[in-house]
Design a protein around this ligand. Sequence first.
Ligand SMILES: [Zn+2]
Length: 80
Amino acid sequence: MILFFGIRPGKTINIDLKQIKCPHCNQNNSLFGESTPNFFHLFWIPIFRVSTTQVIHCDYCKKGYYKEEFTEEMKAAFER
Ligand SMILES: [Zn+2]
């Protein structure tokens, strides 16, 4: 019997970051965030969440921020 299991991303949620200025270019209303949960799956049925991929992009300067680079404001927005 072959077991199919592994990690698959779930549905991406858009995070509202309108109140936060981009730390790189200081533009307002230019940041948008995405939060994607990663699930451990067995036969493509999600069993439990293993991690969440969180990224922020700036539409103005095109800079991308990973979780390690988030400011306190950004982290707070993702926890809402
Ligand atoms: Zn920017």
